[in-house]
Design a protein around this ligand. Sequence first.
Ligand SMILES: [Zn+2]
Length: 416
Amino acid sequence: MPLDPARTVDELRELREVTGDEDGAQRVAWTDTWERAREWLRGKVAGTGAAEEIDEGGNQWFTLRGESERALLIGGHIDSVPNGGWLDGCLNVMAGVEVLRRIAEEGDPSVTVRLVNWADEEGARFGRSLFGSSAAAGSMADQDELRGRRDTNGIGLPDALREHGVDLDGALAARRQLESAAAYLELHIEQGPVLESLDLPLGVVLGTFGVERHQVTWRGQAAHAGSTPMDRRRDALAGAAKLALEIRNIAREVGDGAVCTSGNVVCRPGIVTSVVETAEQLLDQRHLDADRLAQMLALARDASERYAGEEDVEVAWARIWRIEPILFDDTLIGFADEAVREVAGESHRLPSGPLHDAAEVSRAGVPTVMLFVQSLRGLSHTKLEDTRPEHLELSVRALDALTRRAASWVAGGGGR
Ligand SMILES: [Zn+2]
């Protein structure tokens, strides 16, 4: 049996049994349960003969040597959020194991194929996502800040990493892992409702959204709720409220998948008997196109100035974080389309709202593509996360079909 997708579904259920509880998956990176999951994975890969290595960033690599040193990478992450789902991250790890088995059984691959289980994709314990992949990509630049990070029990990040054999200061040495990388493939659950709404099992990911995150601070004047006439108020919340509604129009106007979220507004003094003096609003804007993202930001800024005038308040913007859109490789997107059509008949291209390890690998200059498989109800990061078993099996077949195409491309000199 060269490829057995039903085995992948069985193994994912087994992993859920071994590392989850009644609240969901508990494979939080840098914990004993996570270590147990890595040990379990080691056992699953053993039969393929792939050589294991854990790198300086804590990433777990399994390498099947081929005629060429140039490597085709397949990546996922076995870590989860607390009370997480049974598929996020580990689907691709286990689908990748199945592909390795197929290649090992066929014997003598033309190119080297490597499965990587990235360390701490979720950042659930210390709030630092994409740890292992950013170390391997060489983009990790926040070691000084990370040194001071603590979990909710007060345990420092460097100490927790050391228990799992990782020295924070040496993590960037994992960069050597990508030196031979010719291409990178990642399958993931969609974690959104788009494919389900189109009634399609699989989609091809064009890239990951660029993100602009700001704190918008509105300043008015605290005043007595009883004695201040309505036309004399300088209400900071009024500006925030108008902007929270306007960003919907902005997203609609800019279009092509644009999303904007006003995730929180903290009001001061925050009592029922006072007009709001300051409102600190959090704004997240995302688009796959850098120019459109910039346009969304400009439109929101202009609108905020207008509302500040209307409400006689002040508004100030401070950037919290940003990242450029990351576009995947055109040739690999083409292969992914073919692979999805081969196994499912119809393909669909879509952007990814969440960031993934694939974004880090792509940023490092390795041609990259992702496949999405439908998520039921669009739910993820909860034990309710689910995908139909037949769709999971299709996704394993699609990853395999993509791997075949990418491997012959790399063998023929394609990729980096
Ligand atoms: Zn994930």
